[in-house]
Design a protein around this ligand. Structure first.
Ligand SMILES: [Zn+2]
Length: 81
């Protein structure tokens, strides 16, 4: 599982590490950052295990579709430098 743009895993991204720690607070069975993204990240695509982290999502122009057809990464996105 990785971000479709920066290709980092959830455990390498501060926002998911922090969100997972918050989520796990007071829970008997803690989840991993990967599991957190699977449960809570709206851009996660289970077909290819890709998501877009918040910074990258902003960089690519915050693609949006009306609920429930949320935008999800279909493949790796090459950022224009
Ligand atoms: Zn990213």
């Amino acid at each position: 599982m990785q971000c479709a743009v920066c290709r980092k895993a959830p455990a390498e991204l501060k926002e998911y590490v922090e969100a997972t720690a918050d989520y796990n607070e007071g829970k008997a069975i803690p989840i991993s950052a990967d599991q957190y993204v699977r449960l809570e990240e709206g851009t996660f695509n289970p077909d290819n295990e890709l998501f877009a982290c918040t910074l990258c999502y902003i960089k690519i122009g915050m693609p949006a579709k009306p609920f429930p057809d949320r935008w999800q990464p279909i493949d790796f996105i090459e950022l224009a430098s």
